[in-house]
Design a binder for this molecule. Structure first.
Ligand SMILES: C[S@@+](CC[C@H](N)C(=O)[O-])C[C@H]1O[C@@H](n2cnc3c(N)ncnc32)[C@H](O)[C@@H]1O
Length: 236
């Protein structure tokens, strides 16, 4: 039976989002691999390259979930704090990555000092937060002047026939995959809806700029299914 809070709505109320992720946590990474047809690994490697993960770099991974995004940065020697507000995702993350530092934290009210990280990043999380602007401002606050923001998020395929095919995949194929491999099908309905309602590349770039970030640029992956947006906190 599907739990009452199996899915959030597009209002993205924090309590609904957190309990939805609590439920999906044990099978979250498996479903990511399946529903992305393995592409998620390519996207993670692109994010590692985009932030230049290396020893000495202090990285905050916001909405880090089970820590799979964080582990990819740590594997290159970066010092990573993985933060998330879902207890279920954090528990799964601590089990899978005992060497990573996990901190329970709301992206809208980060418990970190001003200017305390070189890089702040959020992978497939910004779309789920209740207040996008507030999350972008919080990330700005905790990164050092001259430091970098990287947002990895689902986006809009740029080639129209491919965009149509992708919408068909989201509406028809992904629900079948999620029903076969997960008991939380409703959470995957939310995934499709939230992807389709999310701002396209240029719109997201504007939102990032409006939150104070500068030198905003983006790169499409897999034809625009995902976009990596990178920006810099100005040096005063
Ligand atoms: C799709 S998962 C992404 C996890 C991870 N970054 C990855 O790449 O696999 C989205 C995560 O965002 C978290 N999240 C959503 N809103 C949040 C908020 N306001 N504060 C902290 N975490 C939040 C959820 O708990 C969930 O773990």
């Amino acid at each position: 039976m599907v739990p009452m809070n199996a899915r959030a709505t597009l209002a993205k109320k924090s309590a609904d989002v957190a309990s939805m992720f609590d439920e999906v946590a044990p099978r979250y990474d498996l479903l990511n691999d399946l529903t992305s047809l393995g592409q998620v690994r390519v996207w993670r490697e692109a994010a590692v390259q985009a932030i230049g993960a290396a020893p000495g770099l202090r990285v905050l991974d916001v909405a880090a979930g089970t820590g799979t995004s964080s582990a990819a940065y740590a594997a290159r020697g970066a010092s990573v704090v993985a933060s998330d507000f879902s207890e279920g995702m954090l528990a799964e993350g601590r089990r899978r990555h005992p060497d990573l530092e996990f901190v329970q934290a709301d992206a809208l009210n980060l418990p970190f000092e001003d200017a305390s990280f070189d890089v702040v990043t959020i992978s497939y999380g910004l779309r789920n937060v209740e207040d996008t602007r507030r999350a972008l401002e919080e990330m700005y606050r905790v990164v050092k002047p001259g430091g970098c923001l990287l947002v990895a998020e689902f986006s809009t395929p740029t080639f129209l026939p491919f965009a149509r095919l992708y919408r068909f995949y989201l509406a028809r194929v992904m629900p079948i995959l999620s029903s076969l491999f997960s008991s939380d099908e409703e959470a995957y309905d939310y995934l499709a809806e939230s992807i389709l309602a999310w701002p396209a590349q240029e719109e997201l770039a504007v939102l990032i700029q409006e939150a104070g970030w500068t030198r905003v640029e983006y790169r499409n992956l897999s034809g625009g299914i995902v976009a990596l947006h990178r920006a810099i906190r100005p040096e005063q």
